[in-house]
Design a protein around this ligand. Structure first.
Ligand code: DP6
Length: 324
């Protein structure tokens, strides 16, 4: 069974968990699903295997990655006594460098495994399952504009993503400026834990999230680019401020990351509207509109630290590619 899912970037960020066991977020988040960043995952059940086999981008996965995937499949099957699986997953973009490969990865895996195991889950259920692989994966079940809901208790009944608008609602463009292709040093799960334990600002980050979410819903409903962009940039910078205030500090940026931010701000001062957002890595995603994306991409050519620019529009949610 083959499933294709796309990565997403959050306009209002998720950084912090209220519970680690079920991977429950401490706040809601809002994202857009990106057309060009895809993961294709093929999963075949093979009762003759004594252990799951996992290939990532053509190479045998590391033991810790295999362990995470096997646990996830146990959870989906409801038991560790299940047929083993052969899994092969390919990304169309650099893995582990803050381009949310875990989001598209777990969304694709959840969908492929559900079909292979004969589970007729609806999208909401699939989103709750994907969340247990990676919080942001819950959002990649849907295309376009997506909101991750956040419950309050110990259970996960209210922790799933919902679609806000599909990918055709608003022709936004995202330029992804790759400044480093290497995987990040500290993964999101560990980083979030570090922040929750040590940042003096964590509580206010959680408290102010509802206002941010409300304002973003409002900006999206009016397709207000300026408002959406300002809010998205503010949420990203607020999250990075929070990361920096952790002990030890989390600094995911490199010099080129900062260069790109300044370049985008300079363009904005000169009348070309674009906004930045950055996840747990050094890449900068530039939010822009279709009529200016080409000019902005050209202008970014003068930033020496950029290795590659990926241009993308919005894409659809997870899909099964072929039925075996
Ligand atoms: C900075 O979904 O990767 O990209 O739930 O621990 O797997 P886990 O975290 P993950 O975190 C994403 C964090 C972020 C912001 C966001 O996508 O909202």
């Amino acid at each position: 069974m083959t499933a294709v899912a796309r990565a997403n970037i959050a306009l209002i960020k998720y950084w912090g968990k209220r519970s680690i066991d079920l991977n429950l977020p401490a706040t809601g988040s809002i994202s857009i699903t990106l057309d060009a960043l895809r993961t294709q995952t093929t999963l075949t059940l093979d009762p003759s295997l004594s252990a799951d086999q996992l290939t990532l981008n053509g190479e045998q996965a590391e033991p810790r990655q295999l362990k995470k995937v096997s646990r996830f499949l146990n959870l989906m099957a409801g038991s560790a006594e299940r047929p083993r699986a052969n899994i092969s997953s390919e990304n169309s973009f650099p893995t582990g460098a803050g381009l949310a490969s875990s989001a598209s990865g777990f969304a694709a895996l959840a969908s492929a495994a559900a079909h292979a195991l004969g589970l007729s889950h609806d999208s909401r259920k699939l989103s709750r399952i994907a969340r247990q692989g990676s919080g942001s994966a819950a959002r990649s079940i849907y295309g376009g504009f997506v909101e991750m809901k956040c419950g309050s208790g110990e259970t996960d009944e209210d922790d799933y993503a919902v679609p806000l608008y599909d990918e055709n609602y608003w022709d936004l463009r995202v330029l992804i400026a790759i400044t480093d292709n290497k995987p990040k040093n500290i993964g999101s799960t560990e980083g979030m834990n570090q922040t929750k334990q040590s940042s003096p600002f964590y509580e206010s980050w959680v408290e102010t999230s509802e206002v941010d979410l409300n304002e973003m819903r409002d900006a999206l409903s009016g397709r207000n680019f300026t408002r959406m962009g300002k809010l998205a940039e503010q949420s990203a910078l607020k999250m990075h401020g929070l990361m920096l205030s952790s002990r030890p500090p989390l600094l995911y940026w490199n010099p080129a990351t900062v260069e790109v931010i300044h370049k985008v701000w300079e363009m904005r001062n000169q009348g070309t509207e674009a906004y930045v957002t950055i996840d747990a890595g050094p890449q900068v995603k530039i939010l822009c509109q279709s009529d200016t994306s080409t000019a902005i991409k050209k202008e970014l050519g003068s930033v020496s630290g950029i290795q590659q620019i990926i241009e993308t529009g919005l894409g659809s949610g997870v899909k099964i590619k072929e039925v075996n």
